[in-house]
Design a protein around this ligand. Sequence first.
Ligand code: UDX
Length: 454
Amino acid sequence: FSNFEEANWVFCNTYDKLEDEVVQGHINPMLQFAKRLASKGLKVTFITTKPMQSPSTSISIQTIEFPEGEKANGAEEFAHLYKTLVSERLANLIDHLNSSSSDPPKALVYDSFLPWALDVAKQFGLHGASFFTQSWSNSSIYYHLNQGTLKVPLEENAVVSLPSMPVLGINDLPSFVSDTGSYPGLLKMVIDRFSNFQEADWLFCNTFKELEHEVINWMASKWPIKTVGPTIPSMYLDKRLKDDNDYGLHLFKPDSDLCIKWLDSKETDSVVYVSFGSLAGLTEEQMLELSLGLKRSDRYFLWVVREAEQNKLPSNFIEETSERGLVVSWCPQLDVLAHRAVGCFVTHCGWNSTLEALSLGVPMIAMPQWTDQPTNAKFVADVWQGGIRVSKDEKGVVTKEEVERCIREIMEGERSLEIRKNSEKWKNLAKEAVDEGGSSDKNIEEFVAKLLCN
Ligand code: UDX
């Protein structure tokens, strides 16, 4: 601040227009869950802050608009403002549905990041169900923070032992927990999900029992946790829902034809697919090392670099690698992962990407960035053995040599075969979970039956 008044601009990495706060990784699973409910006979209204077309004739979309110009300074203020503005509008909307519809709502399923929605549900005598979009292993870490059975900040080399979880090193914990100073507002938000969860009638989680059975069994003995995942369009899994071949909302426009045509021209299992989801940003140094690593690996690669990140690519990289690589700003990820040409996925381990790779049997190179991703990476590599995890150097960078080493390990040799076998196993188990009579399907059936007979 010594001379900041003299600067022409002061830029701030914070929230501005509230309506931009829609995360692909949250809206996808909730929309997909809505489709499953509708397919079983429920009438579903999907309430969002992003104007969008309904992905299915059986789901009606209602948008809650924010007043122009609302601003928040940091995550905590944002959460407070969001709560104030949305809870009132949500109540008005439910009031309207009650008075205008022949089928007034019976239950409110809300993103677990909005625990206050349960108060709105109770105000109208509705069942309340919290929907957890992240893995249950992550959620259980936040649960223990809320309960005080895990205390932060942790020491530099701490190891954490929690019931029914593997021992976690500091780098296996969600970033908000390993580094409590980094995003205190977001840490508060994820812990607050447990502020009133005992009062919810259901706790839905986008996972499947077979994947996280130990920690789910431990929590389910105390709380009404129901696994309902993987929430992936039916076409890629059980194929039971008609025309369900897409999540239904893309925050960015995918280069679909280009990607698929390019993949069609490649041999089976020959392409390295690289993506870091809708939020994570790499440093310029990391971008350089990754691009050099991809070059050195001598493999074909399809790399999603969001428009806002493209200026970090080394100059001429796209031109120099055009024979081996394709860089796009967004792709139809499910079609890419389902494509025979894709041999592995270099991923940030966002929960949706992780579940999608497991469900489509694609081996992963886990390169976690922040939030829940380190914990997902730990499970991918050490528990599910559906991939390997990169190591970082002392500056926290994944070097070009490491990128090359990981690509070789996962694409060729003994370990590669083992990982492919495990990936195939998870693919089958994921399909079984959502197929008729599977663990997730049964949980959804039970919920629907309860509402229909009420
Ligand atoms: C965020 C957090 O980063 C993540 O850690 C958390 O688990 C969920 O919220 P995001 O970064 O968007 O999610 O990652 P992820 O959970 O992997 O979701 C990304 C979604 O976008 C996936 O469903 C993926 O299929 C889709 N996607 C991604 C595309 O459709 N095209 C792309 O090019 C990249």
